[in-house]
Design a protein around this ligand. Sequence first.
Ligand code: ME8
Length: 513
Amino acid sequence: MKAFYVTTPIYYISGNPHIGHAYTTVVADVLARTARTAGPAFFLTGTDEHGQKVANAAAEHGKTPQQWCDELIPRWKSLFAAFHVEYDDFIRTTEPRHETKVQRVFQRLREQGDIYLGTYEGWYCVADETFWPESKLVNRRCPTCGRDVQWLSEQDWFFRLSSYRDRLIEYFRSHAEFLRPRSVYNEMMAILEEGLEDLSISRTNFDWGIPIPDDPSTSSGGVIYVWFDALLNYITAIGWSEDDARFHSLWPANVQLIGKEIARFHTIIWPAILWALGEEPPKTVFAHGWITVDGQKMGKSLGNATDPFALVERFGADSLRYFLLREAPFGSDFSYSEEKIIQRHNSDLGNDLGNLLNRTLAMLRKYRNGVVPNRPQSSGLMARFADLPQRAREATLALDFRGSLEMIWELVTALNRAIDERKPWALAKEGRNDELDALLYDLLEGLRWLAMLLAPVMPERMREMWRQLGTDQQIDADWSEMLRYGGIAPGTQTMPGEPLFPRIELAGVSPSG
Ligand code: ME8
Protein backbone atom coordinates (compact mmCIF):
# COMPACT_ATOMS: atom_id res chain seq x y z
CA MET A 1 0.00 0.00 0.00
CA LYS A 2 1.36 3.39 -0.95
CA ALA A 3 1.94 5.61 2.05
CA PHE A 4 0.68 9.19 2.19
CA TYR A 5 3.89 11.12 1.59
CA VAL A 6 4.11 14.74 2.75
CA THR A 7 7.09 17.09 2.67
CA THR A 8 8.05 20.58 3.84
CA PRO A 9 10.69 22.78 2.21
CA ILE A 10 14.13 22.09 3.58
CA TYR A 11 15.10 25.21 5.47
CA TYR A 12 18.21 27.31 4.95
CA ILE A 13 20.28 27.01 7.98
CA SER A 14 21.55 30.57 7.80
CA GLY A 15 20.09 31.64 11.14
CA ASN A 16 17.63 30.79 13.83
CA PRO A 17 14.25 29.35 12.96
CA HIS A 18 11.11 31.46 13.38
CA ILE A 19 7.39 30.85 13.57
CA GLY A 20 7.10 30.74 9.75
CA HIS A 21 9.27 27.62 9.66
CA ALA A 22 7.27 26.10 12.48
CA TYR A 23 4.08 26.87 10.54
CA THR A 24 4.79 24.76 7.45
CA THR A 25 6.25 21.98 9.56
CA VAL A 26 3.24 21.88 11.91
CA VAL A 27 0.87 21.74 8.94
CA ALA A 28 2.82 18.81 7.50
CA ASP A 29 2.71 17.10 10.90
CA VAL A 30 -1.07 17.50 11.11
CA LEU A 31 -1.44 16.05 7.62
CA ALA A 32 0.75 13.06 8.41
CA ARG A 33 -1.00 12.38 11.71
CA THR A 34 -4.39 12.64 10.02
CA ALA A 35 -3.40 10.38 7.13
CA ARG A 36 -2.20 7.86 9.71
CA THR A 37 -5.70 7.51 11.10
CA ALA A 38 -6.51 5.62 7.91
CA GLY A 39 -3.22 4.06 6.77
CA PRO A 40 0.52 4.52 6.49
CA ALA A 41 2.08 7.97 6.10
CA PHE A 42 5.58 9.36 5.72
CA PHE A 43 6.62 12.86 6.66
CA LEU A 44 9.94 14.36 5.55
CA THR A 45 11.52 17.64 6.57
CA GLY A 46 15.11 18.82 6.77
CA THR A 47 17.70 21.50 6.11
CA ASP A 48 19.18 23.09 3.01
CA GLU A 49 22.82 23.51 3.93
CA HIS A 50 24.69 24.45 0.78
CA GLY A 51 24.93 27.68 -1.17
CA GLN A 52 26.28 31.14 -0.82
CA LYS A 53 23.74 32.30 1.72
CA VAL A 54 24.71 29.63 4.25
CA ALA A 55 28.41 30.07 3.43
CA ASN A 56 28.14 33.81 4.09
CA ALA A 57 26.32 33.29 7.38
CA ALA A 58 29.03 30.85 8.52
CA ALA A 59 31.81 33.23 7.49
CA GLU A 60 30.22 36.09 9.43
CA HIS A 61 30.45 33.92 12.53
CA GLY A 62 34.01 32.84 11.82
CA LYS A 63 33.06 29.21 11.22
CA THR A 64 33.34 26.79 8.36
CA PRO A 65 29.96 26.15 6.74
CA GLN A 66 29.94 22.57 7.96
CA GLN A 67 30.70 23.61 11.56
CA TRP A 68 28.05 26.25 11.37
CA CYS A 69 25.40 23.81 10.13
CA ASP A 70 26.35 21.15 12.66
CA GLU A 71 26.04 23.67 15.48
CA LEU A 72 22.65 24.96 14.37
CA ILE A 73 20.98 21.63 13.67
CA PRO A 74 20.04 20.91 17.31
CA ARG A 75 18.21 24.24 17.47
CA TRP A 76 16.08 23.39 14.46
CA LYS A 77 15.35 19.91 15.69
CA SER A 78 14.45 21.17 19.14
CA LEU A 79 12.11 23.74 17.63
CA PHE A 80 10.17 21.03 15.87
CA ALA A 81 10.12 18.93 19.03
CA ALA A 82 8.85 21.93 21.02
CA PHE A 83 5.95 22.18 18.55
CA HIS A 84 5.17 18.44 18.99
CA VAL A 85 6.22 17.69 15.45
CA GLU A 86 7.04 14.05 14.75
CA TYR A 87 8.70 13.67 11.37
CA ASP A 88 9.70 10.29 9.96
CA ASP A 89 12.93 11.54 8.47
CA PHE A 90 15.03 14.68 8.63
CA ILE A 91 17.35 15.13 5.70
CA ARG A 92 20.40 17.36 5.66
CA THR A 93 21.76 18.11 2.21
CA THR A 94 25.31 17.63 3.48
CA GLU A 95 24.65 13.96 4.15
CA PRO A 96 26.36 11.46 1.84
CA ARG A 97 23.04 9.73 1.11
CA HIS A 98 21.94 12.97 -0.53
CA GLU A 99 25.19 14.17 -2.10
CA THR A 100 25.98 10.95 -3.93
CA LYS A 101 22.52 10.81 -5.48
CA VAL A 102 22.59 14.46 -6.54
CA GLN A 103 25.84 13.74 -8.39
CA ARG A 104 24.20 10.70 -9.93
CA VAL A 105 21.31 12.83 -11.19
CA PHE A 106 23.75 15.33 -12.64
CA GLN A 107 25.73 12.64 -14.44
CA ARG A 108 22.65 10.94 -15.77
CA LEU A 109 21.11 14.13 -17.12
CA ARG A 110 24.41 15.21 -18.63
CA GLU A 111 24.77 11.86 -20.38
CA GLN A 112 21.30 12.09 -21.84
CA GLY A 113 21.77 15.68 -22.97
CA ASP A 114 19.43 17.42 -20.51
CA ILE A 115 22.43 19.21 -19.04
CA TYR A 116 24.93 21.07 -21.26
CA LEU A 117 27.81 23.54 -20.86
CA GLY A 118 27.13 27.20 -21.68
CA THR A 119 27.82 30.73 -20.52
CA TYR A 120 25.78 32.53 -17.90
CA GLU A 121 25.73 36.27 -17.70
CA GLY A 122 23.18 37.85 -15.48
CA TRP A 123 22.03 38.85 -12.04
CA TYR A 124 21.97 36.75 -8.89
CA CYS A 125 20.26 37.31 -5.55
CA VAL A 126 22.18 35.60 -2.76
CA ALA A 127 19.38 35.89 -0.17
CA ASP A 128 16.99 33.96 -2.42
CA GLU A 129 19.72 32.00 -4.24
CA THR A 130 17.98 32.95 -7.47
CA PHE A 131 19.08 34.00 -10.98
CA TRP A 132 17.13 36.91 -12.47
CA PRO A 133 16.96 38.24 -16.02
CA GLU A 134 17.47 41.99 -16.21
CA SER A 135 13.85 42.46 -17.25
CA LYS A 136 12.58 41.01 -13.96
CA LEU A 137 14.55 43.28 -11.62
CA VAL A 138 12.63 45.96 -9.77
CA ASN A 139 14.65 49.17 -9.44
CA ARG A 140 17.69 47.01 -10.20
CA ARG A 141 16.99 44.92 -7.12
CA CYS A 142 15.68 41.41 -6.46
CA PRO A 143 11.94 41.33 -7.25
CA THR A 144 11.28 38.88 -4.40
CA CYS A 145 13.14 40.35 -1.45
CA GLY A 146 14.19 43.80 -2.66
CA ARG A 147 17.88 43.29 -1.92
CA ASP A 148 20.89 44.07 -4.10
CA VAL A 149 21.73 41.55 -6.80
CA GLN A 150 25.19 40.72 -8.06
CA TRP A 151 26.41 40.41 -11.64
CA LEU A 152 27.61 36.94 -12.58
CA SER A 153 29.50 36.01 -15.68
CA GLU A 154 30.75 32.46 -15.82
CA GLN A 155 30.84 29.25 -17.76
CA ASP A 156 28.07 27.12 -16.28
CA TRP A 157 26.21 23.92 -16.74
CA PHE A 158 22.63 24.44 -17.88
CA PHE A 159 19.52 22.35 -17.45
CA ARG A 160 17.30 22.34 -20.56
CA LEU A 161 14.31 23.76 -18.74
CA SER A 162 12.99 25.54 -21.84
CA SER A 163 12.36 22.24 -23.59
CA TYR A 164 9.79 21.32 -20.91
CA ARG A 165 7.65 24.41 -21.33
CA ASP A 166 4.92 22.95 -23.54
CA ARG A 167 4.69 19.83 -21.45
CA LEU A 168 4.39 21.96 -18.29
CA ILE A 169 1.60 24.06 -19.76
CA GLU A 170 -0.24 20.95 -20.85
CA TYR A 171 0.28 19.38 -17.42
CA PHE A 172 -0.98 22.46 -15.61
CA ARG A 173 -4.08 22.48 -17.79
CA SER A 174 -4.89 18.81 -17.30
CA HIS A 175 -3.99 18.64 -13.58
CA ALA A 176 -5.67 21.48 -11.76
CA GLU A 177 -4.89 19.75 -8.45
CA PHE A 178 -1.14 19.82 -9.15
CA LEU A 179 -0.75 23.37 -7.92
CA ARG A 180 -2.94 25.02 -5.32
CA PRO A 181 -4.26 27.53 -4.50
CA ARG A 182 -5.59 28.95 -7.75
CA SER A 183 -3.93 32.34 -7.30
CA VAL A 184 -0.47 30.76 -7.38
CA TYR A 185 -1.49 28.45 -10.22
CA ASN A 186 -2.43 31.50 -12.29
CA GLU A 187 0.82 33.23 -11.45
CA MET A 188 2.91 30.22 -12.52
CA MET A 189 0.85 29.75 -15.66
CA ALA A 190 1.61 33.37 -16.58
CA ILE A 191 5.34 32.68 -16.19
CA LEU A 192 5.05 29.60 -18.42
CA GLU A 193 3.13 31.49 -21.05
CA GLU A 194 5.77 34.20 -21.09
CA GLY A 195 8.42 31.59 -21.94
CA LEU A 196 11.18 29.72 -20.12
CA GLU A 197 14.93 29.99 -20.31
CA ASP A 198 17.34 27.19 -19.57
CA LEU A 199 18.53 27.16 -15.98
CA SER A 200 22.11 27.60 -14.89
CA ILE A 201 22.76 24.80 -12.40
CA SER A 202 26.40 25.26 -11.51
CA ARG A 203 28.41 27.90 -9.67
CA THR A 204 32.11 28.54 -9.98
CA ASN A 205 32.57 31.69 -7.86
CA PHE A 206 32.46 29.85 -4.52
CA ASP A 207 32.79 26.27 -3.41
CA TRP A 208 30.25 25.46 -0.65
CA GLY A 209 28.18 22.93 -2.52
CA ILE A 210 28.16 19.48 -4.05
CA PRO A 211 31.05 19.23 -6.54
CA ILE A 212 30.19 18.80 -10.20
CA PRO A 213 31.07 15.19 -10.96
CA ASP A 214 34.11 14.76 -13.18
CA ASP A 215 33.73 15.07 -16.85
CA PRO A 216 36.86 14.17 -18.83
CA SER A 217 35.76 16.31 -21.77
CA THR A 218 35.89 19.62 -19.89
CA SER A 219 37.99 21.13 -17.20
CA SER A 220 35.17 23.11 -15.64
CA GLY A 221 35.08 22.67 -11.86
CA GLY A 222 32.53 24.21 -9.58
CA VAL A 223 29.61 23.15 -7.49
CA ILE A 224 25.99 22.31 -8.22
CA TYR A 225 23.51 25.20 -7.88
CA VAL A 226 21.91 25.01 -4.46
CA TRP A 227 18.32 24.82 -5.72
CA PHE A 228 19.10 21.94 -8.08
CA ASP A 229 20.72 20.16 -5.13
CA ALA A 230 17.94 21.05 -2.65
CA LEU A 231 14.90 20.05 -4.70
CA LEU A 232 16.29 16.56 -5.08
CA ASN A 233 16.07 15.98 -1.31
CA TYR A 234 12.46 14.87 -1.74
CA ILE A 235 13.60 11.82 -3.66
CA THR A 236 17.12 11.21 -2.35
CA ALA A 237 15.72 10.78 1.17
CA ILE A 238 13.39 7.99 0.14
CA GLY A 239 15.81 5.82 -1.77
CA TRP A 240 15.64 7.03 -5.38
CA SER A 241 18.12 5.01 -7.53
CA GLU A 242 18.94 2.88 -4.52
CA ASP A 243 15.84 1.10 -3.28
CA ASP A 244 13.18 1.08 -5.97
CA ALA A 245 10.57 -0.72 -3.91
CA ARG A 246 10.81 1.81 -1.11
CA PHE A 247 10.95 4.73 -3.49
CA HIS A 248 7.81 3.67 -5.31
CA SER A 249 5.98 2.96 -2.07
CA LEU A 250 6.23 6.73 -1.42
CA TRP A 251 6.68 8.57 -4.70
CA PRO A 252 4.89 10.54 -6.12
CA ALA A 253 4.42 12.61 -2.97
CA ASN A 254 0.80 13.30 -2.05
CA VAL A 255 1.41 16.81 -0.80
CA GLN A 256 4.46 19.04 -1.01
CA LEU A 257 3.96 22.05 1.22
CA ILE A 258 5.81 25.26 0.45
CA GLY A 259 5.54 28.99 1.01
CA LYS A 260 4.31 30.79 -2.09
CA GLU A 261 7.64 32.58 -2.67
CA ILE A 262 9.24 29.32 -3.81
CA ALA A 263 6.44 28.13 -6.07
CA ARG A 264 8.43 28.65 -9.29
CA PHE A 265 11.12 26.23 -8.13
CA HIS A 266 8.62 23.59 -7.06
CA THR A 267 6.12 23.75 -9.87
CA ILE A 268 8.18 24.66 -12.94
CA ILE A 269 11.75 23.51 -12.30
CA TRP A 270 10.97 20.50 -10.10
CA PRO A 271 8.54 18.67 -12.41
CA ALA A 272 10.93 19.24 -15.32
CA ILE A 273 13.81 17.65 -13.39
CA LEU A 274 11.56 14.73 -12.46
CA TRP A 275 10.48 14.21 -16.06
CA ALA A 276 14.10 14.30 -17.16
CA LEU A 277 14.66 11.45 -14.71
CA GLY A 278 11.61 9.57 -15.94
CA GLU A 279 9.69 10.15 -12.71
CA GLU A 280 6.26 11.63 -12.07
CA PRO A 281 5.66 15.05 -10.52
CA PRO A 282 4.16 15.20 -7.03
CA LYS A 283 0.37 14.96 -6.91
CA THR A 284 -0.12 18.32 -5.22
CA VAL A 285 2.14 21.23 -4.44
CA PHE A 286 0.40 23.58 -2.04
CA ALA A 287 1.90 27.07 -1.87
CA HIS A 288 0.64 28.60 1.35
CA GLY A 289 0.51 32.22 2.42
CA TRP A 290 2.79 34.15 4.69
CA ILE A 291 2.61 35.02 8.32
CA THR A 292 2.99 38.78 8.23
CA VAL A 293 3.94 41.49 10.68
CA ASP A 294 2.68 44.97 9.85
CA GLY A 295 1.80 43.71 6.38
CA GLN A 296 5.28 42.34 5.66
CA LYS A 297 6.38 38.72 5.43
CA MET A 298 7.92 37.68 8.70
CA GLY A 299 11.49 36.63 8.02
CA LYS A 300 14.94 36.18 9.46
CA SER A 301 16.47 38.89 7.37
CA LEU A 302 13.83 41.57 7.82
CA GLY A 303 14.43 41.45 11.56
CA ASN A 304 10.72 41.09 12.37
CA ALA A 305 10.79 37.41 13.32
CA THR A 306 9.29 36.24 16.57
CA ASP A 307 11.21 33.78 18.70
CA PRO A 308 9.14 30.60 18.45
CA PHE A 309 10.54 29.11 21.65
CA ALA A 310 9.26 32.09 23.63
CA LEU A 311 5.84 31.64 22.05
CA VAL A 312 5.66 27.99 23.03
CA GLU A 313 6.63 28.91 26.56
CA ARG A 314 3.91 31.51 26.75
CA PHE A 315 0.97 29.91 24.95
CA GLY A 316 1.75 26.21 24.80
CA ALA A 317 2.59 24.39 21.57
CA ASP A 318 -0.85 22.88 21.04
CA SER A 319 -2.66 26.21 21.36
CA LEU A 320 -0.27 27.65 18.79
CA ARG A 321 -0.82 24.70 16.47
CA TYR A 322 -4.56 25.22 16.75
CA PHE A 323 -4.20 28.94 16.09
CA LEU A 324 -2.03 28.41 13.01
CA LEU A 325 -4.55 26.06 11.43
CA ARG A 326 -7.73 27.78 12.52
CA GLU A 327 -6.96 31.44 12.07
CA ALA A 328 -6.95 31.80 8.28
CA PRO A 329 -8.04 29.71 5.32
CA PHE A 330 -4.98 27.73 4.28
CA GLY A 331 -3.31 29.55 1.41
CA SER A 332 -4.03 33.11 2.59
CA ASP A 333 -1.61 35.42 4.33
CA PHE A 334 -2.42 36.20 7.91
CA SER A 335 -1.06 38.68 10.33
CA TYR A 336 0.57 37.45 13.44
CA SER A 337 -0.71 38.85 16.71
CA GLU A 338 -0.53 37.71 20.30
CA GLU A 339 -4.03 39.09 20.93
CA LYS A 340 -5.45 36.74 18.31
CA ILE A 341 -3.61 33.75 19.74
CA ILE A 342 -4.95 34.57 23.22
CA GLN A 343 -8.44 35.08 21.85
CA ARG A 344 -8.47 31.63 20.20
CA HIS A 345 -6.94 30.02 23.25
CA ASN A 346 -9.39 31.50 25.74
CA SER A 347 -12.52 31.22 23.71
CA ASP A 348 -12.33 28.14 21.46
CA LEU A 349 -10.02 26.04 23.56
CA GLY A 350 -10.64 27.22 27.12
CA ASN A 351 -14.35 28.08 27.10
CA ASP A 352 -15.70 25.71 24.48
CA LEU A 353 -13.56 22.60 24.73
CA GLY A 354 -11.78 22.73 28.09
CA ASN A 355 -14.93 23.68 30.01
CA LEU A 356 -16.91 20.98 28.28
CA LEU A 357 -14.51 18.40 29.65
CA ASN A 358 -14.48 19.97 33.11
CA ARG A 359 -18.22 20.33 33.36
CA THR A 360 -18.88 16.81 32.17
CA LEU A 361 -16.36 15.18 34.48
CA ALA A 362 -17.57 17.27 37.43
CA MET A 363 -21.18 16.17 36.88
CA LEU A 364 -20.11 12.59 36.44
CA ARG A 365 -18.26 12.75 39.74
CA LYS A 366 -21.23 14.32 41.47
CA TYR A 367 -23.93 12.00 40.13
CA ARG A 368 -22.10 8.76 39.28
CA ASN A 369 -18.86 8.76 41.34
CA GLY A 370 -16.87 9.54 38.19
CA VAL A 371 -17.74 6.21 36.57
CA VAL A 372 -19.02 5.98 32.96
CA PRO A 373 -22.65 4.76 33.21
CA ASN A 374 -24.50 2.17 31.14
CA ARG A 375 -26.61 3.32 28.23
CA PRO A 376 -30.15 2.35 29.07
CA GLN A 377 -31.41 4.31 26.06
CA SER A 378 -30.03 6.68 23.45
CA SER A 379 -29.97 10.40 24.02
CA GLY A 380 -29.85 10.83 20.25
CA LEU A 381 -27.09 13.38 20.70
CA MET A 382 -24.41 11.64 18.67
CA ALA A 383 -26.61 10.39 15.83
CA ARG A 384 -25.98 13.23 13.42
CA PHE A 385 -22.21 13.01 13.85
CA ALA A 386 -21.77 9.46 12.57
CA ASP A 387 -19.92 10.61 9.45
CA LEU A 388 -18.01 13.45 11.14
CA PRO A 389 -14.69 11.56 11.33
CA GLN A 390 -14.77 10.85 7.63
CA ARG A 391 -15.80 14.38 6.68
CA ALA A 392 -13.24 15.99 8.98
CA ARG A 393 -10.46 13.78 7.66
CA GLU A 394 -11.38 14.44 4.06
CA ALA A 395 -11.35 18.18 4.67
CA THR A 396 -7.94 17.98 6.35
CA LEU A 397 -6.41 15.84 3.62
CA ALA A 398 -7.82 18.31 1.09
CA LEU A 399 -5.92 20.96 3.10
CA ASP A 400 -9.02 22.71 4.37
CA PHE A 401 -7.83 22.77 7.97
CA ARG A 402 -10.13 25.52 9.04
CA GLY A 403 -13.14 23.77 7.51
CA SER A 404 -12.22 20.56 9.27
CA LEU A 405 -11.92 22.29 12.64
CA GLU A 406 -15.24 24.06 12.11
CA MET A 407 -16.92 20.71 11.50
CA ILE A 408 -15.40 19.29 14.67
CA TRP A 409 -16.49 22.37 16.59
CA GLU A 410 -20.09 21.61 15.66
CA LEU A 411 -19.78 18.59 17.92
CA VAL A 412 -18.23 20.71 20.68
CA THR A 413 -21.15 23.13 20.38
CA ALA A 414 -23.75 20.37 20.30
CA LEU A 415 -22.39 18.81 23.51
CA ASN A 416 -22.27 22.14 25.32
CA ARG A 417 -25.78 22.94 24.17
CA ALA A 418 -27.07 19.55 25.32
CA ILE A 419 -25.84 20.30 28.84
CA ASP A 420 -27.48 23.72 28.85
CA GLU A 421 -30.77 22.51 27.41
CA ARG A 422 -31.22 19.11 29.03
CA LYS A 423 -29.93 20.26 32.43
CA PRO A 424 -28.44 17.12 33.98
CA TRP A 425 -28.80 18.70 37.44
CA ALA A 426 -32.57 18.85 36.94
CA LEU A 427 -32.67 15.24 35.67
CA ALA A 428 -30.75 14.19 38.80
CA LYS A 429 -33.08 16.12 41.07
CA GLU A 430 -36.15 14.65 39.45
CA GLY A 431 -34.73 11.15 39.64
CA ARG A 432 -34.86 10.65 35.85
CA ASN A 433 -31.93 8.28 36.05
CA ASP A 434 -32.14 6.63 32.64
CA GLU A 435 -32.21 9.96 30.90
CA LEU A 436 -29.34 11.21 33.01
CA ASP A 437 -27.26 8.09 32.28
CA ALA A 438 -27.98 8.36 28.56
CA LEU A 439 -26.97 12.00 28.49
CA LEU A 440 -23.80 11.53 30.56
CA TYR A 441 -22.81 8.56 28.45
CA ASP A 442 -23.17 10.50 25.22
CA LEU A 443 -21.27 13.49 26.58
CA LEU A 444 -18.37 11.19 27.48
CA GLU A 445 -18.54 9.38 24.18
CA GLY A 446 -18.58 12.74 22.41
CA LEU A 447 -15.51 13.81 24.37
CA ARG A 448 -13.76 10.58 23.42
CA TRP A 449 -14.45 11.37 19.76
CA LEU A 450 -13.21 14.91 20.18
CA ALA A 451 -9.94 13.76 21.73
CA MET A 452 -9.30 11.46 18.78
CA LEU A 453 -10.46 13.92 16.14
CA LEU A 454 -8.34 16.72 17.54
CA ALA A 455 -5.25 14.65 18.38
CA PRO A 456 -3.57 15.39 15.02
CA VAL A 457 -3.80 19.12 15.74
CA MET A 458 -3.18 19.09 19.50
CA PRO A 459 -1.41 15.80 20.22
CA GLU A 460 -0.23 16.55 23.74
CA ARG A 461 -3.34 18.26 25.15
CA MET A 462 -5.59 15.60 23.64
CA ARG A 463 -3.53 12.90 25.30
CA GLU A 464 -4.19 14.65 28.58
CA MET A 465 -7.91 14.77 27.80
CA TRP A 466 -7.73 11.08 26.95
CA ARG A 467 -6.06 10.40 30.28
CA GLN A 468 -8.78 12.29 32.15
CA LEU A 469 -11.42 10.27 30.32
CA GLY A 470 -9.77 7.21 31.82
CA THR A 471 -9.86 5.12 28.68
CA ASP A 472 -7.15 2.56 28.05
CA GLN A 473 -7.57 2.66 24.28
CA GLN A 474 -4.98 4.05 21.83
CA ILE A 475 -5.69 7.65 20.95
CA ASP A 476 -3.89 7.45 17.60
CA ALA A 477 -5.53 4.24 16.39
CA ASP A 478 -7.43 3.80 13.12
CA TRP A 479 -10.51 6.02 13.14
CA SER A 480 -12.75 3.66 11.23
CA GLU A 481 -12.44 1.12 14.03
CA MET A 482 -12.35 3.48 16.95
CA LEU A 483 -14.82 6.15 16.02
CA ARG A 484 -17.94 4.06 16.15
CA TYR A 485 -20.67 4.99 18.57
CA GLY A 486 -20.41 3.15 21.86
CA GLY A 487 -16.64 2.99 22.19
CA ILE A 488 -16.28 4.31 25.72
CA ALA A 489 -16.79 1.39 28.05
CA PRO A 490 -19.39 1.64 30.86
CA GLY A 491 -17.59 1.21 34.16
CA THR A 492 -14.58 3.28 33.07
CA GLN A 493 -13.26 5.34 35.98
CA THR A 494 -12.62 8.91 34.82
CA MET A 495 -9.79 11.00 36.25
CA PRO A 496 -10.51 14.70 36.29
CA GLY A 497 -7.39 16.85 36.33
CA GLU A 498 -6.13 20.35 35.75
CA PRO A 499 -7.93 22.51 33.14
CA LEU A 500 -6.64 21.68 29.66
CA PHE A 501 -6.33 25.29 28.56
CA PRO A 502 -5.95 27.62 31.53
CA ARG A 503 -7.00 31.15 30.77
CA ILE A 504 -4.30 33.52 29.53
CA GLU A 505 -4.79 37.14 30.51
CA LEU A 506 -4.44 39.80 27.90
CA ALA A 507 -2.92 42.26 30.35
CA GLY A 508 0.83 42.48 30.20
CA VAL A 509 0.97 41.39 26.60
CA SER A 510 4.15 42.62 25.02
CA PRO A 511 3.89 44.03 21.52
CA SER A 512 4.50 41.42 18.85
CA GLY A 513 7.77 41.23 16.97
O1 ME8 B 1 13.37 28.79 0.82
N1 ME8 B 1 5.19 32.70 6.73
O2 ME8 B 1 14.30 28.00 2.77
P1 ME8 B 1 13.86 29.06 3.87
C1 ME8 B 1 4.93 31.43 6.37
N2 ME8 B 1 15.89 26.40 1.43
N3 ME8 B 1 5.89 30.54 6.09
C2 ME8 B 1 7.16 30.94 6.15
C3 ME8 B 1 7.50 32.26 6.52
C4 ME8 B 1 6.45 33.16 6.82
N4 ME8 B 1 6.66 34.41 7.18
N5 ME8 B 1 8.84 32.36 6.50
C5 ME8 B 1 9.32 31.14 6.14
C6 ME8 B 1 14.10 28.03 1.42
N6 ME8 B 1 8.31 30.28 5.93
C7 ME8 B 1 14.79 26.91 0.67
C8 ME8 B 1 13.80 25.82 0.34
S1 ME8 B 1 13.14 23.43 -0.67
C9 ME8 B 1 13.82 22.37 -1.78
C10 ME8 B 1 14.35 24.66 -0.43
C11 ME8 B 1 8.43 28.86 5.55
O3 ME8 B 1 14.67 28.78 5.08
C12 ME8 B 1 7.74 28.58 4.21
O4 ME8 B 1 7.49 27.21 4.11
O5 ME8 B 1 13.88 30.44 3.31
C13 ME8 B 1 8.82 28.97 3.24
O6 ME8 B 1 8.62 28.45 1.94
C14 ME8 B 1 10.03 28.36 3.91
O7 ME8 B 1 9.81 28.59 5.33
C15 ME8 B 1 11.31 29.03 3.44
O8 ME8 B 1 12.37 28.62 4.22
